[in-house]
Ligand binder design. Structure first.
Ligand code: PNS
Length: 161
C-alpha cells in the first residue's frame, strides 16, 4: 500500500487541488490531503481548520483512495507516522517552485520523504485559494473554480447565503 501526503492550507480547497489528488492517485494507492499550519498565514485564514476539513472531505467524496486529515505539528513527523512514501505538491509556476524547493529540501533533511511535484493542469494554473477568496468576497461567480460545497461556504462567509 503506497501512501502520499498532500499538505497545504486548503483555505479553501479548489478544483486545482482536487485535480492534483486525482492525478496523484494514479501513482499512489492512497493520497491524504493534510491540512497543516503555515505560521506565515496564522490568524489570516478565512475558514477554521474544522471547516477546511469538512469542505475538503465533501469535495473529495467518492474519490477512492483519497482522505483528509490535519497535520498536528511537523509535516516530516506526520509523514513518518503515516508511512508516507512521498509528499505531493502541485506547481502552477516558477514562483511556486521558488517557494516550494526550500521546503522540499528542508523536509528531506529533517527526515521527511521526497517531495514530488505535479505540474498543474492548464485549466487550473491561474486558480489559487487566495484569488478565489478575493473574487468571492467582491461578489464574483467562482463556481468554475471550486466544488458546489465550497461555493456555498464562500457565499455564506461573505454574507450572501
Ligand atoms: O498551502 P500552504 O500554505 O503553502 O501550505 C504550507 C504547509 C501547511 C504545507 C507548510 O506550512 C507545512 O508543512 N506546515 C506544517 C509544519 C511544518 O512541517 N513546517 C515546516 C515545513 S518545511
Amino acid at each position: 500500500m503506497t501512501v502520499a501526503v498532500y499538505p497545504g492550507s486548503f483555505d479553501p480547497i479548489t478544483l486545482g487541488h482536487v485535480d492534483i489528488v486525482r492525478r496523484a492517485l494514479r501513482t499512489f494507492d492512497q493520497v491524504v490531503l493534510a491540512i497543516g499550519q503555515n505560521t506565515a498565514k496564522a490568524g489570516r485564514h478565512l475558514f477554521d481548520v474544522e471547516t477546511r476539513v469538512r469542505l475538503a472531505r465533501e469535495s473529495l467524496a467518492g474519490i477512492e483512495g483519497a482522505s483528509v486529515d490535519v497535520i498536528p505539528g511537523l509535516l516530516a513527523s506526520y509523514c513518518e507516522q503515516m508511512g508516507a512514501r512521498a509528499i505531493i505538491k502541485g506547481l502552477r509556476s516558477g514562483t511556486d517552485l521558488d517557494a516550494e524547493a526550500p521546503m522540499a529540501l528542508l523536509n528531506r533533511e529533517i527526515g521527511g520523504p521526497e517531495t514530488l511535484f505535479l505540474v498543474a493542469s492548464p485549466a487550473y494554473t491561474h486558480v489559487s485559494s487566495s484569488l478565489v477568496k478575493d473574487a468571492a468576497r467582491f461578489g464574483a461567480d467562482i463556481t468554475k473554480f471550486v466544488t458546489p460545497t465550497v461555493a456555498t461556504a464562500l457565499r455564506a462567509a461573505n454574507g450572501k447565503n
